[in-house]
Design a protein around this ligand. Structure first.
Ligand code: SF4
Length: 82
């Protein structure tokens, strides 16, 4: 199942997503946006926030809670899940 995510390395904290869709995005203490809800993530508000993000930081990703796979070299890091 996919989930909604913000790439913290790309986010510049402009706040557009929080203004467009406060049901899904809010600022964290680091001044960057994060996803606060995974409900109804295909709605128009999420897509509008995604389209409006100046750095393309908002995206969908596969939910890694499902079936985590680690190779022998992972040592519990997530190299296999990228
Ligand atoms: S719109 Fe994009 S860059 Fe701006 S706060 Fe949201 S995720 Fe960060």
């Amino acid at each position: 199942m996919k989930k909604l995510a913000v790439n913290k390395e790309a986010c510049i904290g402009c706040g557009i997503c929080c203004a467009k869709d406060p049901a899904h995005f809010d600022f964290e203490d680091d001044g960057l946006s994060s996803v606060i809800s995974q409900d109804n993530i295909d709605c128009d508000e999420v897509k509008d926030a995604m389209d409006s993000c100046p750095t393309g930081a908002i995206h969908y990703e596969e939910d890694s809670d499902q079936e985590e796979h680690h190779c022998d070299n992972c040592e519990n890091k997530d190299c296999c899940n990228k």
